[in-house]
Design a binder for this molecule. Structure first.
Ligand SMILES: [Zn+2]
Length: 159
């Protein structure tokens, strides 16, 4: 992928969507408090992110058209479809390369960190990943499998 891979800032109401964008591998900041509109827009511009929001008023800002994507969907599924249509997103861009909690890039777990994984994981020799910010080890459990399957489904439904 080239450097024009989009980065995102999502408003608090879209935090579920934000976590899915992280799961797909996109650099995504989730606004954590009810920051004023102009502040979110400013942050999006400063950090070269697309601001995803369901707040229509944000679209009235002069600089909104280049930086804001208004999503009208009320469910996660609708928002995913809308965003896919507008941006041609690749939901399998780089799955599970980022921490779902904090957005940091994950590292391969060291052998010591690997030992924190449950026996069932180490027995199957699945690779574990480590978030340097959360200081947490993540491994490919059934939850991740379900999420991968969901990303596959969204990607296949495109086009
Ligand atoms: Zn983290």
């Amino acid at each position: 992928m080239t450097s024009d891979v989009p980065k995102f800032l999502v408003d608090e109401m879209l935090q579920r969507l934000g976590r899915w964008l992280r799961a797909a591998g996109y650099d995504t900041v989730i606004a954590t408090n009810a920051a004023p509109d102009y502040y979110l827009l400013r942050q999006a511009i400063d950090e070269d992110r697309l601001l995803l929001t369901c707040d229509r008023e944000l679209m009235q800002h002069r600089r909104a058209p280049e930086h804001v994507i208004l999503l009208r969907g009320t469910t996660l599924e609708e928002c995913v479809q809308e965003l896919s249509r507008q941006l041609h997103l690749d939901w399998q861009y780089d799955p599970f390369s980022r921490c779902l909690v904090c957005n940091s890039l994950l590292l391969s777990a060291t052998p010591e960190q690997q030992e924190q994984a449950p026996d069932s994981v180490t027995e199957r020799e699945l690779p574990a990943l480590y978030c340097p910010t959360c200081q947490q080890v993540f491994w490919e459990g059934s939850h991740v499998k379900r999420m991968r399957h969901q990303l596959d489904t969204w990607q296949q439904n495109l086009g």
